[in-house]
Every structure is written in structure tokens, then in C-alpha cells.
Design a protein around this ligand. Sequence first.
Ligand code: NAD
Length: 255
Amino acid sequence: MRVLVFGAAGRMGQEICSAVEADVGLELCGAVDPNRHDGKQSDNSVVTAKTIRDIDPSTIDVAIDFTVAEAARENIAWCANNGVHAVVGTSGLNNDDQELFATLFSQSNCLLAPNFAIGAVLMMRFAEISAPFFPTAEIIELHHDNKVDAPSGTAMQTLERMSSASEEWGADPTLNEIVTGARGGKGPGGISVHSVRMRGLVAHQEVLLGTEGETLTIRHDSLDRSSFMGGILHACKVIGEFPGVTVGLDRYLGL
Ligand code: NAD
């Protein structure tokens, strides 16, 4: 598979370029990032282009996007219009975006995954399975101090899946919130979500569930960005088998 990386100069993009180059089943054929457009050879073997307009889509089978939501919208539409598969990890895309992408992809496929770490995919699945058995739940997601959106895409997808799995959520007992926001934000199902941003962290999430006499804590930690690479490379190799737009890595892993 011939691979293009959007956001190639970013924290994720640099690591993805290296991982693609190290994989015998993939070939890094293009890279785009407006922050690295000096025309010099990047750390990887391809020259990073300034814009998408410098890329010939006939040379690319699959594009990987880890940028920002506004850029990703344009990049994903370019993929759809040019028959290029899109593996997307960028956070901040919403349900309206998903519906639009579903109308755009006919010649190629698209995967939108809020988390490419296998353990995080399992954490979301476990939370979804557990939801009907626990009437109270809260999510704490913790990320590095450069993350611009809150809550994380992983937290949003976890909330959506838990709220779809159960409608029996207990009411919040709080009558007096002394510090505004102390009870977090309310996501789908009214489930509270708390976002921690802290230097030294990568990407972490705890799902806390409680019922009479017992609690269940499901926690996942991405300790390093390498945790995302296996899922991303796997998605690039199998995306041709999953027509249209897929949300979440689960189906790609046979879950
Ligand atoms: P970053 O800020 O280090 O990198 C983003 C890069 O995108 C920057 O270099 C920027 O110049 C580039 N960019 C902006 N507009 C562009 C465009 N039009 N075309 C090409 N490149 C463009 O951020 P990061 O830490 O690498 O994270 C990137 C995204 O990936 C974020 O949305 C983050 O939340 C998400 N993320 C997802 C997962 C996952 O598993 N799904 C894991 C980690 C990060």
C-alpha cells in the first residue's frame, strides 16, 4: 500500500512516518504539513509538501490524517473525491462530519477512530458491556498539556456507546456546585466527564461504574505514542475490506 501522511511534522505524524517506513507491507509515498514546507528532505525519505495541492492522488492508496479537525475535513474530502482510502485519528470531528463523509465516500473507504491503541478499543468495549449493570458512571480522561480539545474523542465515543447500551442512569445528586465545573461536563446519557490536562501525560482514561455495594474501574494508559502505531498500520492494510465510513477500530479488529 502506498501511504500519504497528513500532519507529517506533528508529534503523531513524525512517529507515523517512521512506523510506515519500517513496515515492509507499506510504502511512504507522500507527506503534507504546512509547518514543514521548506522543500528539504524530512527525517523520513519523502519530502514533506506544503499543501495537499502538491500531491498527485494517483500515487497514493491510503492517507493517514492526524492534524486538526478543520484541516482533516478538507483532507478527508480530498481522499473521497480522489478514490484514496482515509485512516483518520484527528479528534474534534462530530456526528455531522460523519454523516457528510458517509455521503462522500463511494470509490474508497474511511476509518474514523478516536483511539488506535488496542487496549483503549477494549476499554471502550468493556465499558459498553458493563453499562447496563451499573446505574452510575463517570469518565475521567487525562492527556498531555498540548491537547486543544476537551473532552477527548475517546471519551466522547465511550460516552456515546455507554449511553446507547443503557438508559437507566441515576440522577446527579449535586444541588450546590460551589466551584463551577466541579462535577465535570455532561455527555450523552447525562454521564459526567472530567478532562485533566497535565505535563508528562500521554493519553489515559478511567471509566468508573458503581452500583449497590460495588464499583468497577476500567483504566487504560497509553504510555507512549508507539501504542497507536500497531492499530494505524493494521488499518492501512485492511481498510479496503470495509466499504464506506467506519467509526472506531473495533470492526477492523474483529470485535
Ligand atoms: P500536533 O499539533 O503535534 O500535530 C498536528 C500537525 O498537523 C501539525 O504539525 C500541523 O502543522 C499539521 N497540520 C495542520 N493543518 C494541516 C493540513 N491542512 N495539512 C497537513 N497537516 C496539517 O498534534 P498531535 O499530537 O500529532 O495530534 C494530532 C491529532 O491526532 C490531534 O487531533 C490528536 O487529538 C489526535 N490523536 C489521535 C489519536 C488516536 O489514536 N486517534 C492519538 C493521538 C493523537
